[in-house]
Design a protein. Structure first.
Length: 369
């Protein structure tokens, strides 16, 4: 009787091994089909795998099946598959809970999204950090800053990128709640090696101090913005120029405006106008012209304004030919600047006894101007 039982157990075990081999074959065939873009065949293969033979392989199959369905916008199928993953298969379970949160978020089912993100265990640090961060995002979008803060504060600092993002968002949330000291506290926690977030945070700290009237502290932080982050650096240099101008230190204002990179074209153009205006005040018309000439023609609106100012500067220097050349460059699509140029040209011609040319220019001034 005992021998018969042992033979029976061996036979069952043999069947299980055989079934497991088939499941591995199905799984590998499914992966191959998926890699080749044959999603239908992949689905057929993965559906052959059952939980009774190998729980881990089944969990993996459900994970991949859910991904395939999600890619095909078959949301219901993705949800059904990911919900089949047992909690005992912790690594895969954590991933599917995170995925379920993402898919419910896209569907606008925020409570269900939060419910699944909360199922991601702390031991799966990277997924946990992202899940907690996402819960904070949902609460912020719902206008519940207190709840958002509660979850962002739970993001572990060993997940450096997510932690830095959480600290940045915490700063914004506290700023929204008018708690500027806590905003600054969290922005200061962002490490320098998270360069983009660090640059944003340091710039924001400067803004807060400026709004509080503490220009010295504002300057201190704007000077820390790294030049590797070209947009933030340009913003910092531009506002440093404005701040030193307010403080009456024109030399330093000029220094910082000159550091605004042409790659940040809008700020660069504005910096050139500020520089030209500064030199105009000191009647250094050559330097004024130098900066106006840097305004590129690709920036049509600003280019037209620069040509108006250039013409005026050349006129002050007595270079009438250059004055006319600049004002004539301005197209009629430039609106007000075109009208100003035609009006000025008319007066210029009139002063030089060229009455017909003057009248022609004045007639070009749009009635709407």
């Amino acid at each position: 009787m005992n021998l018969e039982k042992e033979l029976e157990d061996l036979e069952i075990e043999s069947i299980k091994i055989s079934a497991l081999d088939k499941h591995y074959e199905d799984f590998n065939r499914g992966l191959e089909a998926y890699d080749n873009g044959d999603h239908e065949q992949a689905i057929l293969c993965f559906k052959q795998i059952t939980t009774e033979i190998d729980s881990e392989l089944y969990a993996k199959a459900q994970l991949v099946l859910g991904i395939i369905y999600a890619e095909k916008d078959h949301t219901k199928g993705a949800i059904e598959c990911w919900k089949q993953v047992p909690e005992s298969e912790m690594d895969i379970y954590a991933q599917t809970q995170f995925n379920l949160g993402i898919i419910y978020q896209k569907l606008g089912s925020y409570e269900k999204a939060i419910e699944h993100w909360k199922q991601v265990p702390k031991t799966k640090s990277a997924l946990y950090a992202n899940a907690i961060f996402n819960i904070g995002i949902v609460y912020r979008e719902q206008g519940d800053f207190e709840k958002a803060i509660e979850f962002w504060r739970q993001v572990p600092d060993n997940e450096v990128q997510t932690y830095a993002q959480a600290q940045f968002n915490l700063g914004l949330a506290y700023q929204k709640l008018d708690d500027c000291e806590k905003a600054i506290e969290h922005w200061k926690k962002i490490p320098k090696n998270r360069s983009a977030l660090y640059a944003d945070a340091i710039f924001n700290i400067g803004i807060v101090y400026r709004e509080q009237g503490d220009l010295r502290r504002a300057i201190e932080f704007w000077k820390k913005v790294p030049d590797s982050e070209s947009k933030n650096y340009a913003q910092a240099q531009f506002i440093l120029g404005l701040t030193f101008q307010e403080l009456g230190d024109i030399k330093k204002a000029i220094k910082h405006w000159n550091k605004v990179s042409e790659s940040q074209i809008k700020l660069y153009v504005q910096a050139q106008f500020n520089l030209s205006a500064t030199y105009e005040i000191s009647q250094n018309f050559e330097k004024e012209i130098e900066h106006l000439l840097r305004v590129p023609s690709s920036e049509e609106k600003f280019y037209a304004r620069a040509q108006v100012d250039l013409g005026t500067s050349y006129q002050k220097m007595g270079n009438i030919d250059k004055t006319i050349e600049c004002w004539q460059k301005i197209p009629d699509s430039a609106g007000e600047d075109y009208a100003i140029a035609q009006l000025k040209l008319g007066f210029l011609y009139y002063d030089h006894k060229k009455i017909e040319e003057a009248i022609s220019c004045w007639l070009r001034v749009p009635k709407s101007a």
